[in-house]
Design a binder for this molecule. Structure first.
Ligand SMILES: NC(=O)C1=CN([C@@H]2O[C@H](COP(=O)(O)OP(=O)(O)OC[C@H]3O[C@@H](n4cnc5c(N)ncnc54)[C@H](OP(=O)(O)O)[C@@H]3O)[C@@H](O)[C@H]2O)C=CC1
Ligand SMILES: CC(=O)C(=O)O
Ligand SMILES: [Mg+2]
Length: 641
């Protein structure tokens, strides 16, 4: 109780903090005397520890309150909970409402270290007997867990094992994910997260984020306050209507915000305590789920129109009221009939980012910029054809056009003419303009109607083919052969997720192009051997961008997302591709370097934000890469006093 009252106190004025500090110091003096006489019993020890740590935290109080204080390392992203990597050698208290100890310490994923608790910690924190005698290093724990994970043949079992670990020992979870990123990304993210969402009702164990349903209408602010941490910097929110290419999964879409935020931490170094996954449940139109006895969401058809808009509006207002102006809200896997509108509506009042529209655009543009090293020419020399004209397709198209327009000084309308899109009704052409959704209209160029993709490929003769349809197997042998007939090196990007929805496989792209295609896909494929040569496919996924992009925004206190920040992120990512990567035909750097890549993206994004006057954390740090790195969370265990 006392520790709850005296925990780091942002709400106190500086003068009152000094007074409180003084009172606590006196109180501690008395307390130490009693301690010396051996009066202190176990319950009191909690209070003693709380006071010690509070005094220390209050002595360092300016760290929390003044991020420019040079004593406070990694000042960009507020270290409210004392998780900074840069202070690893400094002892901290495992704060909960009281100092966690004994059994409750082992059950708290934020502080649990399992068998890695040292002998001293076992004594100090009442753990004797609760653990077997052996003390393991974190490295050995990691080795053991990776060994166990590899025993599972079924990807969903690996996913569940990772989720269990996250709920048991957060730092170990992140250590595994960071150290084995290429192996574990497909487990916690696409493709396995797709299957996990489909079966979320059956595998549900403990809530991992906030569920805000129509039932909570009118009290969303209250619901936000139920979340255990008060200081939040990133929210990933979905309404579950377009989960990857799997369609409407309703409330079970929660796996996506949870997965995306674990990448914010592992790939971008944003500490887990400031991340909040949210699922807005307005029902589902998925008949199978509505009839599934294990379905965890509202059993009704989706609310639309005013009812939907009001719930979203209440959520966005509550977020701003509870977490302030600078919380980054990432919209994820909304259906396009809501996604564009939400982005436009809240883009001027909130710090919002749509990963499917903007993050995807930035990652694809990066791949295109880097592919020019192999293909030659400029972006404006290429012709682009998309299968799929929704969020991802038109989002990417718009950013390519913007970049071409900036590079050539041509008007945006002129730059758009290099880009063609096909939707479920065929090529988007001017004769269809009246009936098109607003986000497709800018792409309705003069051309006769074309129904099939193959015919569009033959008519437009693109140098780059991009799949954003959410429909698997749509890049057929004939399509890839046609692309290869007029391109020496056709660039094929099959972006749809998960693997089952990929427009073609890596093997198909390489085989049907007789080894000439440059290929990347949304979900990963293994290397392919063709004609004695090994081809390594790249992964064109927004996971390259959003973690570093978000870090850049947060560490600079940027208040709005601007297209130029997306362009900066693209250029930063493209510049990370090495000669060695190009030699393998890769247009993206490997994920094994992602932390370094994210720091570079964050630095470039922040630099652009400072240049545009959007950054509020002043003064601007001189070396933004070093600053980004100093802000990044690392999962090594802390020593408990
Ligand atoms: N790799 C990555 O980083 C990312 C990948 N994606 C993936 O991209 C896919 C699409 O996402 P998103 O753009 O948000 O989805 P949308 O629903 O917004 O868009 C899908 C588009 O595909 C079109 N389409 C559907 N079926 C066909 C078909 N058989 N032939 C031609 N066009 C078709 C739709 O046409 P119509 O408009 O006529 O209905 C629509 O234009 C998903 O699988 C998603 O996982 C998304 C974001 C990032
Ligand atoms: C990767 C991603 O965001 C998607 O497929 O929706
Ligand atoms: Mg998405």
């Amino acid at each position: 109780m006392l520790s709850a009252i005296v925990s780091p106190t942002k709400w106190l004025s500086k003068r009152n903090r000094v007074i409180l500090c003084f009172i606590l110091a006196l109180f501690r003096l008395c307390h130490l005397q009693r301690k010396a006489f051996g009066f202190l019993r176990r319950g009191e020890r909690k209070i003693s520890l709380a006071m010690e740590s509070t005094l220390k935290e209050m002595r360092n109080g300016d760290c929390v309150l003044d991020m420019n204080n040079s004593k406070c390392v990694g000042g960009g992203v507020e270290d409210i909970y004392g998780e900074d990597r840069a202070t690893e050698d400094q002892l901290i208290s495992p704060w909960s409402f009281s100092v966690a100890s004994g059994y409750s310490l082992l059950r708290d994923p934020r502080f649990n270290k399992g068998l890695a608790f040292t002998e001293v910690e076992r004594d100090t924190h009442y753990l004797r007997g609760l653990l077997p005698p052996v003390v393991l290093s974190q490295e050995l724990q990691e080795k053991r867990l990776m060994h166990n994970l590899r025993q599972y043949q079924v990807p969903l079992q690996r996913y569940m094992a990772m989720m269990d670990l996250q709920e048991r020992n957060e730092r170990l979870f992140y250590k595994l994910l960071i150290d084995n990123v290429e192996e574990l990304l497909p487990v916690v993210y696409t493709p396995t997260v797709g299957e996990a969402c489909q079966k979320y009702g059956s595998i549900f164990r403990r809530p991992q984020g906030l569920y805000i349903s129509l039932k909570e209408k009118g009290r969303i602010l209250e619901v936000l306050k139920n979340w255990p941490t008060r200081h939040i910097e990133v929210i990933v929110v979905t309404d579950g209507e377009r989960i990857l290419g799997l369609g409407d999964l309703g409330c079970q879409g929660m796996g996506i915000p949870v997965g995306k935020l674990s990448l914010y931490t592992a790939l971008g170094g944003v500490r887990p305590s400031v991340c909040l996954p949210v699922t807005i449940d307005v029902g589902t139109n998925n008949k199978k789920l509505l009839e599934d006895e294990f379905y965890i969401g509202l059993r009704q058809r989706r609310a639309t129109g005013q009812e939907y808009a009001e719930l979203l509006d209440e959520f966005m207002s509550a977020v701003k009221q509870n977490y302030g102006e600078k919380v980054l809200v990432q919209f994820e896997d909304f259906a396009n009939h809501n996604a564009f509108e939400l982005l436009a509506k809240y883009g001027t009042t909130h710090l919002v980012f749509n990963d499917d529209i903007q993050g995807t655009a930035s990652v694809v543009l990066a791949g295109l910029i880097s592919s020019l090293t192999i293909l030659g020419g400029t972006l404006a020399d290429h012709t682009f054809l998309f299968l799929g004209a929704g969020e991802a397709g038109t989002g990417i198209a718009e950013l390519i056009a913007l970049q071409i327009s900036k590079q050539t000084n041509a008007p945006l309308e002129e730059a758009r003419k290099k880009i063609w899109l096909v939707d479920s009704k065929g090529l988007i052409v001017s004769s269809r303009k009246e009936s098109l959704q607003h986000f497709k209209k800018p792409w309705a160029h003069e051309h006769e109607p074309v129904k099939e993709l193959l015919d569009a490929v033959k008519a437009i003769k693109p140098t780059v083919l991009i799949g954003t349809s959410g429909v698997g197997k749509t890049f057929t042998k004939e399509v890839i052969e046609a692309m290869s007939s007029f391109n020496k090196k056709p660039l094929i990007l099959a972006l749809s997720n998960p693997t089952s929805q990929s427009e073609c496989t890596a093997e198909e792209a390489y085989t049907w192009s007789e080894g000439r295609a440059m290929f990347a896909s949304g979900s990963p494929f293994d290397p392919v051997e063709y004609n004695g040569k090994v081809f390594v496919p790249g992964q064109a996924n927004n996971a390259y961008i959003f973690p570093g992009f978000g870090l850049g925004i947060i560490m600079s206190g940027t208040i709005r997302v601007h297209d130029d920040l997306l362009l900066a992120a693209s250029e930063a990512l493209a510049s990370q591709v090495t000669e060695e990567n190009y030699a393998k035909g890769l247009i993206y750097p490997p994920f094994s370097n992602i932390r370094k890549i994210s720091a570079n993206i964050a630095a470039k994004v922040a630099a652009k934000a400072y240049e545009l006057g959007l950054a509020t954390r002043l003064p601007r740090p001189e070396d933004l890469v070093a600053y980004a790195e100093s802000c990044m969370y690392t999962p090594v265990y802390r020593q408990y006093r």
